[in-house]
Design a protein around this ligand. Structure first.
Ligand code: SF4
Length: 220
């Protein structure tokens, strides 16, 4: 499937700077800031936060909530997100002595369960941390990947996160999960957009159920 997507692997840059990937708490901060906003806005917010007070657990714990709110304003929902970041920092401090590495060194299912018990950490956030930081064989599902999977007919239109994740984990070689995750997001941005998908140029048009059905239904 990766070959059919017609996206050169060289186009798939490592879109997270190493200082984020090297610190699991900073990676969680980045994912929380990305909720319900564009990449551009979430990165602006992350960079502002990083330059003003830092994105580590220590920085978030020691900064008053209103200052975090101000720093992350470009991400939108800044009050809600600042509250989430503070709650997350407190939980990691209390439950894991400020270190996520001990949790992330556990078997994947156990580590995932522990992450999901943290405030503001849902399945996608947990799986991103497991794949990008802990190098585990899990396939995070974002909004692009969900939409593509449904339009192609890999899963039903009502499929939820876990069903899509299991389906894609079954399709791709586990060694390819990271690159496949990135390729699908890029494919979603380039061709299979939420609105006005470029079906006539799409390399998967001949196997796409949504296109075969006339593309009339809304699958965003
Ligand atoms: S044919 Fe259209 S709807 Fe189907 S995968 Fe390609 S861009 Fe998406």
């Amino acid at each position: 499937m990766l070959h059919a997507l017609d996206i050169d692997k060289r186009d798939i840059v490592l879109d997270m700077p190493s200082d984020i990937i090297d610190d699991p708490f900073s990676l969680l901060v980045a994912v929380i800031l990305s909720q319900n906003t564009s990449d551009r806005n979430s990165w602006r917010a992350f960079r502002r936060l990083s330059s003003k007070m830092g994105t580590t657990l220590e920085a978030i714990s020691s900064t008053p909530e209103h200052e975090i709110e101000e720093a992350i304003r470009p991400a939108g929902l800044h009050r809600v997100k600042a509250k989430k970041l503070r709650a997350l920092a407190e939980a990691v401090s209390t439950n894991y002595h400020g270190r996520l590495d001990s949790l992330l060194s556990k078997p994947t299912a156990e580590a995932r369960e522990g992450l999901l018990s943290l405030p503001a950490v849902g399945p996608k956030t947990a799986d991103i941390l497991l794949l990008f930081y802990a190098k585990r064989r899990v396939f995070p599902i974002d909004t692009h990947i969900s939409r593509i999977s449904k339009r192609l007919g890999l899963v039903g239109e009502e499929a939820g996160y876990e069903e899509i994740r299991r389906r894609l984990e079954g399709i791709f070689d586990p060694d390819d999960y990271l690159i496949a995750h990135k390729v699908l997001i890029k494919f979603g941005r380039r061709y299979c957009r939420a609105r006005n998908p470029l079906c006539e140029e799409c390399p998967l048009r001949d196997i796409c159920k949504w296109r075969a059905g006339g593309g009339g239904r809304t699958i965003n």
